[in-house]
Write a protein that binds this ligand. Structure first.
Ligand SMILES: Nc1ncnc2c1ncn2[C@@H]1O[C@H](COP(=O)(O)OP(=O)(O)OP(=O)(O)O)[C@@H](O)[C@H]1O
Ligand SMILES: [Mg+2]
Length: 616
């Protein structure tokens, strides 16, 4: 008796209904998820023409038995759940029993599959939901699905597709996410005959991160682990310097499933709030493991949205633990000065060194071509028992099963944090070399060169000092003599009027001089640079960006932040003694690594990096 069966009506009615095949991306996602569910340790995805004319997914998983073949293409047929109650404890990526039926309805499909128990494999040809042929064929264990000419019979839907390049780019980013979600599966992505991405499948997330995003990104990522009750979160969070202009680099996985979640995005952004610039989004790869009963994946047909049983607890756990890690880590942005060409070559070389994900693949393709009717001599190299997707408290940081020594060396240098530039005891070892471009201070320490942006650092120092004084209500002022007379435009006068109270809290003292003229008698202590007319007007202009609904406290913070920026601008020159003092003061700060606007204050360039650049 087959394993795949059609679900009963009660269960069908409980499953979120809707179309899942929107574009080539959806086909690849559904088929890859089937391969993961089939326990594959190796998956190859090949596309041509952005996946519109050709998609091939080959895995070495469990295969589909002959008895199950016809059922597999029926609507609501699945081997993954039996009844509605199973929906509460889903451990597989698929469960709706709809993907294959939806895909075969709008394409020309060919499937070659073999289970380990069978002597021979089977080949099925399906077109527009109709099974045209089922025949025996020699094939290795596993499944190959080929989907040709998507939407060939529904031209209206085909019209909505974008260019092959754009559709291909969507699939490329899916491949990145899938690789990160399952580092234990060797994945390979071939576009128009060329391998674009290849992962080792050694179970090591660090290694996968490196292969997907490269050295520069990895060098600014920190391993992350948090655990509370039966929820575990593992992965990497990046230093704020790596922030991006959109949310595409917030990667969330729940029990091995890639998801999009407003809740998780909000939590992460809240944790990074004071560390990144406004309108910038952090780079994170977070894998959450929790009992399947606590997360509902049956929310939307694409299974990309989930509902958590205890949203506040998860939100709180993430905000608290990420913020804690950010506040207690060396957040200096590493500056590997990556030569893009060189980096690409290096990665390609590493990719070549990778164990080929499918040593059997070429043989398999050859066989598919000729439909050789004999048993396959193939002995699978990878044997992975079919695992449930949720495993309580997995540790991503587990040592890699098979890791090349080269890879190890790379990771060790990237993550060694034995010394700390900003530890008070390190100060005596700083060797200040001097200033360049009237802006950057160069400091040698251990085997690195640190570059400090004087303005960003100064701004941070002023800002933290000001905020501390404000909190303690200890703001003091400094008199400008003679007072500064400023003529304001009507708009500027209104702005000053609106925010006058916050200005005064900070230590400004104004006097209306009649008409649109204002005298500034005092500015906040330490912000002597503000005695410049232009700077004060610039500051007023920036106030325009403050939204009408902001709380008085937020307005105060913003004015303080802008005042610091303006004050620093007016104070260009620093002697070496002052620079030393500035570094000393940075040491005492809560967040010395970024100016209040999120720009880095310090970057690091390693000696090894320089040597590499000089080909030493
Ligand atoms: N690559 C594969 N290897 C082994 N079995 C497969 C593979 N792809 C599909 N199947 C079998 O075919 C069945 C139908 O697949 P289909 O994707 O339509 O449904 P599903 O995965 O059960 O649910 P969903 O619609 O949520 O994806 C699966 O339940 C599984 O038994
Ligand atoms: Mg499926």
């Amino acid at each position: 008796m087959g394993k795949i069966h059609v679900l009963d009506k009660v269960t069908i009615d409980k499953i979120a209904a809707g179309e899942v095949v929107e574009r080539p991306l959806s086909v690849v996602k559904e088929l890859m998820e089937n391969s993961v569910d089939a326990g594959a340790s190796s998956i190859t995805v090949e596309i041509k023409d952005g996946g519109i004319s050709y998609i091939r997914i080959t895995d070495n998983g469990s295969g589909i038995a002959k008895d199950d073949l016809e059922n597999a293409f029926l609507r609501h047929s699945t081997s993954k759940i039996r009844s509605a109650t199973d929906l509460d404890t889903i451990t597989s990526l698929g469960f709706r029993g709809e993907a294959l039926s939806s895909i075969c309805a709008v394409s020309q499909m060919e499937v070659i599959t073999k289970t380990p128990a069978e002597m021979m494999g089977n080949r099925v040809v399906v077109e527009g939901s109709e099974i045209l042929k089922i025949e025996q064929t020699g094939a290795p264990d596993g499944t190959t699905m080929i989907v040709k000419n998507l939407f060939y019979n529904t031209p209206a839907r085909r019209k909505f597709l974008k260019t092959a390049q754009t559709e291909g780019a969507y699939i490329a980013s899916l491949m990145e996410r899938m690789s990160l979600s399952h580092p234990e599966i060797a994945m390979r992505f071939i576009v128009n005959g060329q391998t674009r991405l290849q992962t080792a499948g050694n179970g090591n997330l660090e290694d996968t991160l490196y292969r997907v995003f490269g050295r520069e990104v990895l060098s600014d990522c920190m391993p992350f682990h948090a655990e509370e009750e039966d929820v575990a979160v593992d992965g990497y969070i990046a230093k704020p310097a790596l922030s991006r202009g959109n949310r595409n680099f917030e990667h969330f996985y729940i029990n091995g499933r890639y998801i999009k979640s407003n809740l998780l995005s909000k939590a992460v952004e809240e944790a990074y709030k004071t560390f990144v610039m406004q309108h910038k989004f952090p780079f994170v790869v977070l894998k959450i493991a929790m009992p399947p009963s606590q997360v509902d994946v049956n929310v939307h047909p694409t299974k990309m949205e989930v509902r958590f049983a205890d949203e506040p607890a998860l939100y709180d756990l993430l905000v608290r633990t990420i913020r804690h890690q950010l506040s207690h880590q060396d957040l200096i942005a590493r500056s590997p000065m990556v030569d893009v060409k060189e980096e690409k070559k290096l990665r390609e070389e590493e990719t070549k060194k990778t164990v080929k994900p499918e040593p059997f693949e070429s043989k398999k393709l050859e066989m598919l071509k000729h439909f050789v009717r004999e048993t396959s001599p193939y002995e699978p190299k990878f044997q992975r028992p079919v695992q449930p997707v949720y495993q309580p408290k997995p540790r991503q940081s587990e040592p890699a099963k098979k890791e090349s020594t080269d890879d190890k060396a790379v990771q060790q240098t990237l993550f060694s944090e034995d010394y700390h530039f900003l530890k008070p005891e390190s100060v005596k070892e700083h060797r200040i070399i001097g200033q360049v471009f009237e802006t950057y201070w160069l400091v040698e320490f251990h085997d690195s060169l640190y570059i400090i942006d004087q303005h960003a650092a100064h701004e941070r120092v002023l800002f933290e000092r000001t905020m501390k004084e404000l909190n303690r209500k200890e703001m003091s002022s400094q008199t400008i003599a003679p007072p500064l007379m400023i003529s304001l435009h009507e708009h500027e006068r209104l702005l000053l009027e609106t925010y006058r109270q916050q200005f005064e809290t900070l230590g400004y003292v104004f006097e209306d001089f009649g008409g649109n003229e204002v005298l500034i008698h005092q500015v906040p202590y330490n912000m002597f640079g503000l005695k410049d007319k232009e700077l004060f007007l610039g500051l007023l202009d920036e106030l325009d960006e403050i939204g009408a609904n902001e709380t008085p406290q937020i307005v105060l913070n913003k004015i303080a932040m802008m005042s610091c920026k303006a004050a620093v601008k007016g104070n260009q020159h620093l002697s070496e003694k002052e620079a030393r003092h500035l570094i000393d003061e940075l040491l005492t700060l809560e967040n010395p690594y970024h100016c209040p606007h999120g720009r880095p204050t310090i970057i690091e360039m390693k000696k090894t990096e320089m040597e590499r650049r000089f080909h030493r």
